[in-house]
Design a binder for this molecule. Structure first.
Ligand SMILES: [Zn+2]
Ligand SMILES: [Zn+2]
Length: 340
């Protein structure tokens, strides 16, 4: 039975897939080099290979086509290898010093395109809009289950970001409890009675030095204490607690911001691995206030080192002010080329 176990020293939860075990040489990083498995013939996410995934949960597809068959544009299935299942109730187990809980939750994969080689920075605006509509709709569907308390959406692109399949996809993880991240948001709201991120937007707009791009609904900037080199946040300017509350128009503005910015980031950094994360308010929990949904793109240009593993202090060799200036310049150069 899959479970989450608590490390009593660090007070952190760890997901343990107790019903599957990789052998020592099954891991993708080995002494021969690095690789991500999957060619078009064997890729479970390619159009035509629908039988290789779990049954379809949702899809945008041509009207005359059937579920679990070709003809889709964006497709959601459950993660075949996830320890999480949305079955039964949440329960804690204690054994001496150790605490665990059952793997209650839901882990879904959103396959973002039927085409194997196409990556998100190459998507059309329409494709991006469909991806973010699907992610919003899955967020809302999972939030309707009262056992779900937090929904984390994330994308792993490239081996150093944790991707195990090359075909472009995002993941939606619905959890029965809150991760301990973002404590500052709640503490600030408790002290000041205001949204921290709304105030950060004000300060960033006043300072100006870390802003990369702006459209009517979104601000893109490199955060003051960036953990990763060229880390970038995409923040809705209007206070918005839940990613699931975004209207179709706001999704279109988000897709437009990503369509403009992501190719610049990817090309500037030489096609790096990256994680794209969507943060949002907890769901089905009363008394949680002050959250402001936002996206972060974290390029994985360096492998996590001993300091980060032990102290939790990230070391970033690129100041966010410099990163923002370089990205602004790349955006400008690209728009000059496009206009020319
Ligand atoms: Zn594929
Ligand atoms: Zn806010």
């Amino acid at each position: 039975m899959p479970e989450m176990r608590k490390d009593p020293i660090r007070d952190e939860w760890v997901i343990i897939a107790t019903d599957q075990g990789l052998k020592p040489r099954d891991f993708p990083i080995n002494k021969q080099g690095v690789q991500i498995a999957g060619s078009q013939a064997t890729c479970p996410f390619c159009e035509g290979n629908e039988a290789m995934t779990t049954p379809e949960i949702a899809a945008y597809r041509d009207e005359c086509t059937r579920p679990n068959h070709p003809g889709w544009l964006v497709r959601t299935v459950s993660n075949k290898f996830s320890p999480f299942k949305l079955q039964g109730d949440f329960h804690l187990d204690r054994s001496g010093l150790y605490t665990s809980h059952n793997g209650l939750g839901q882990h879904e994969v959103v396959i973002e395109t039927p085409l194997h080689g196409l990556q998100m920075h190459q998507f059309s605006l329409d494709n991006l809009e469909l991806v973010y509509r699907m992610l919003r709709d899955r967020y809302c569907a999972l939030a309707a289950d009262h056992r779900v308390k937090y929904i984390q959406i994330y994308k792993n692109r490239g081996l150093f970001a944790g991707a195990s399949i090359e075909h472009s996809h995002s993941q939606v993880l619905a959890l029965p409890m809150l991760p301990l991240l973002h404590r500052g948001i709640g503490e600030y709201y408790y002290r000041q009675g205001r949204c921290l991120l709304c105030d950060i937007i004000d300060q960033e707009q006043r300072d100006g030095v870390r802003i990369v791009y702006e459209n009517p609904s979104y601000l893109i900037f490199c955060p003051y204490a960036s953990r990763f080199s060229y880390e970038t946040w995409i923040v809705p300017k209007k206070h918005q607690e839940h990613f699931g509350f975004l209207s179709d128009e706001e999704i279109a503005d988000l897709a437009s911001a990503i369509h403009t910015f992501l190719p610049v980031l990817v090309e500037s950094l030489g096609d790096p691995s990256y994680n794209l994360v969507i943060n949002s308010s907890p769901v089905n929990l009363p008394g949680v206030a002050g959250y402001h949904s936002f996206l972060e793109i974290n390029p994985r240009l360096m492998v996590q080192n001993g300091m980060e593993m032990s102290c939790g202090y990230f070391i970033n060799p690129v100041a966010p002010e410099y990163a923002a200036e370089a990205l602004r310049q790349s955006l400008q150069d690209r728009s000059v080329v496009a206009a020319g």
